[in-house]
Design a protein around this ligand. Structure first.
Ligand code: NAD
Length: 325
């Protein structure tokens, strides 16, 4: 099988590539993996170092907004797994233009090329954030999309374009909607790596608002395994929720990270809340469990401890990313 992975130099995409090429997904027999990545600030060389020498891996530095390049890249692949995105909510609030062009236009370029070249399966990697905020209960796959930020609105748009490509052109599309993800090689702007690297550097950590926002935490290995199962077993046109199963307020998460870094609450600096900050996310994963046989397996405390340890040991990867550019 020949797989094109967009955004394969980023956090989750690179974990997917590493898993494919190291046999962590035994159901996926891989003949060739092409990574298409623009290496924005979020794409790093180090994320693929472990598999760089694998002869099955080819890396194309390029932009999904470049329709001609996308067309050339998609040709000859059986499967496209689309991770590439502008992914940070705060950046989308500061300026949404790149989110629209990359997440929406870039996705349509891939969908068109996938249709033209007869790709057998297209996986749209998306997020629980497309549903907006839910005070109680969980979202099913039929819940209305009500995104709050330009980031989540652009992801909702790209999901709808992918599903429309299935209905209109018969492209075999599956959509995954994953929860907040943590693990190695996450750019130190998202809460877990930002807090851990700040604490390891002796700095304070900024906690938004009252810290009561609830997120459902998912380890990157579980997230990738869910995507792999959606790729191999998913139903064409299907939407698959990948929830972490452990909901925490940001304050609770902060407490765990402080403990893991041997730091106290005096290191926490309350900051004004994010605009449009969703209060709570919660996914109903019944369909995913029934159809794909997937459930998360990584215990949050163990996963967080291993992640903190990884950041302790891999300062050479993240320290340059914290320098002002
Ligand atoms: P990331 O920001 O770490 O990586 C994004 C990658 O896409 C980077 O390598 C970047 O260089 C590349 N990229 C950005 N713009 C590009 C463009 N125009 N052309 C080509 N490449 C481009 O993101 P991530 O956290 O790994 O997220 C990957 C996907 O998973 C995204 O689609 C995101 O919406 C989704 N997702 C993320 C989470 C999470 O918690 N991180 C949760 C659910 C879903």
């Amino acid at each position: 099988m020949r797989i094109l992975i967009t955004g394969g130099a980023g956090f989750i995409g690179s974990a997917y590539v590493r898993r494919l090429l190291t046999g962590a997904e035994p159901d996926l027999r891989v003949d060739a993996v092409t990574v298409l990545d623009a290496y924005t600030y979020a794409g790093t060389e180090g994320a693929l170092d472990a598999v760089r020498a694998d002869p099955r891996l080819r890396i194309v530095r390029g932009d999904v907004r470049d329709a001609a390049l996308v067309d050339t890249c998609v040709a000859g692949h059986d499967v496209v797994v689309h991770f590439a995105a502008e992914s940070h909510v705060d950046r989308s609030i500061a300026g949404a233009a790149d989110f629209v062009t990359t997440n929406v236009v870039g996705t349509q370029n891939l969908l068109d090329a996938a249709h033209r070249h007869g790709v057998r399966r297209y996986v749209q990697v998306s997020t629980d954030e497309v549903y907006g905020s839910i005070d109680t209960g969980t979202w099913t796959e039929q819940a209305p999309l009500a995104p709050s930020s330009p980031y989540s609105a652009s992801k909702a748009a790209s999901d709808l374009l992918a599903l429309a490509q299935h209905r209109t052109h018969g492209l075999d599309v599956v959509v995954t909607r994953g929860a907040n993800t943590y693990g190695p090689y996450q750019y130190p702007e998202k809460i877990v790596p930002l807090f851990v690297t700040n604490l390891l550097d002796g700095h304070d950590v900024p906690l938004y608002g009252d810290g009561g926002n609830v997120r459902d935490w998912l380890h990157v290995d579980d997230h990738c395994h869910g995507i792999a199962l959606a790729q191999t077993r998913g139903r064409a046109g299907g939407i698959y929720h990948l929830g972490g199963g452990t909901a925490l307020t940001n304050r609770e998460l902060t407490g765990r990270l402080l403990a893991a870094c041997d730091a106290g609450w005096n290191r926490v600096r309350p900051v004004a809340d994010r605009k449009g900050h969703d209060r709570r996310y919660a996914l109903d994963c019944t369909t995913t469990h029934r159809e794909l046989g997937w459930s998360p397996t990584v215990d949050l405390d163990k996963g967080l401890a291993a992640t903190v340890e990884w950041y302790r040991e891999n300062r050479a990867w993240w320290a340059p990313l914290k320098q002002p550019r």
